[in-house]
Design a protein around this ligand. Structure first.
Ligand code: FAD
Length: 289
């Protein structure tokens, strides 16, 4: 069943992983996947590097998930440096492997670029192209509860999200957002704008100080006071930081589930041990429990 159909019936549950660098072995990620499968996720999404830098590894990861038969693979895909002919070839490769779920993104511009240097400038154009040429795909698109950092206003950003729905997107996957009240405000605002797609909320685990600050701020997202306090209090003690961060993440999961989300998507950061602790503490049990 398509993920968007599952989300119309119940809350979906999923993970994001990223492929190893080109010169790194695949085995550690395959081991991580085995542990993530024990949670019986509906899907596991795999990121796609800027400019398609690790496109080959992304395909390998999607193939491994598909062949496991234990979760639906969802590939991320961007417009960066991608011309129509290459996009067609890539999408056919995914379909030939049985990968028919895609997160259609514009992508972030690599350093020094001012545009995508591909045939599409925005994600909605990629959605239209996929819909026209490969209607088999179930298409997710990105949503930004705190506004995309390049958008001039929430209103403008929401109009662009609406265009992605009208182009044929099937569900929304959100950018990390630690502020649940802000998420609720945004969800209501997009519903009022006629956006009815199921919303899959991405939760970023708080595990270490510098990465969480970097990932949050680089997306234009805010650090709420409770998280700022953890950063301040435990900044010199990585172990205590991780302990407090995990507790914070468990609370975030509860709050988002209470907010009535259609899907819970955990950015696994390829760290299955910490993820297992967090999910078990949140009452989400794996088959090893
Ligand atoms: P778009 O929807 O195209 O929006 C980009 C900006 O342009 C926004 O400000 C929007 O308001 C504006 N806009 C949109 N459409 C139009 C239009 N028609 N006319 C004028 N303005 C418009 N990046 C990667 O490189 N690889 C990944 O694997 C990856 N995974 C991600 C996973 C998730 C869940 C999310 C939320 C993001 C991910 N990203 C990834 C980051 C993403 O590529 C960036 O956020 C990027 O800056 C915007 O992508 P988008 O698809 O939201 O773009």
């Amino acid at each position: 069943m398509k993920i968007s159909e599952i989300m119309k019936k119940r809350m979906s549950f999923s993970f994001e992983v990223f492929p190893p660098k080109t010169d790194q072995p695949m085995e550690p990620l395959l081991d991580t996947l085995e542990h993530l499968y024990t949670f019986r996720p509906d899907f596991i999404s795999c990121t796609y590097g800027a400019g398609g830098t690790n496109a080959g590894r992304n395909i390998e990861v999607c193939k491994a998930i598909k062949e496991s038969g234990k979760a639906t693979p969802v590939t991320h895909f961007t417009c960066i440096g991608n011309k129509k002919e290459n996009i067609k070839k890539s999408l056919q490769t995914y379909l030939d492997m049985g990968v028919d779920h895609i997160l259609a993104l514009r992508g972030d511009f690599p350093k020094g670029w001012e545009g995508t240097r591909g045939d599409f400038n925005y994600a909605n154009e990629l959605v239209t192209f996929i819909k026209e040429n490969f209607p088999e795909f179930c298409i997710a698109v990105a949503g930004n509860p705190e506004k995309h950092f390049q958008a001039a206003s929430f209103e403008e950003d929401i109009v662009h999200l609406r265009v992605k729905q009208d182009s044929g997107a099937d569900y929304i996957m959100t950018q990390l957002c630690h502020d649940v009240e802000q998420y609720e405000w945004w969800a209501e605002k997009i519903r009022k704008a006629g956006i009815s797609l199921p919303i899959d909320v991405g939760v970023m685990p708080v595990l270490s100080k510098d990465p969480i600050i970097r990932m949050t701020v680089s997306n234009g997202s805010a650090i709420p006071r409770e998280l700022a306090e953890i950063i301040g209090r435990y900044s010199d003690n990585p172990e205590d930081f991780k302990k407090a961060g995990k507790e914070y993440t468990v609370k975030q999961i509860y709050k988002f589930i209470n907010a009535g989300i259609n899907g819970l998507h955990i950015y696994s950061l390829n760290k299955w041990k910490d993820i297992t602790d967090i999910l078990n503490d949140a009452g989400i049990l794996n088959s090893n429990k």
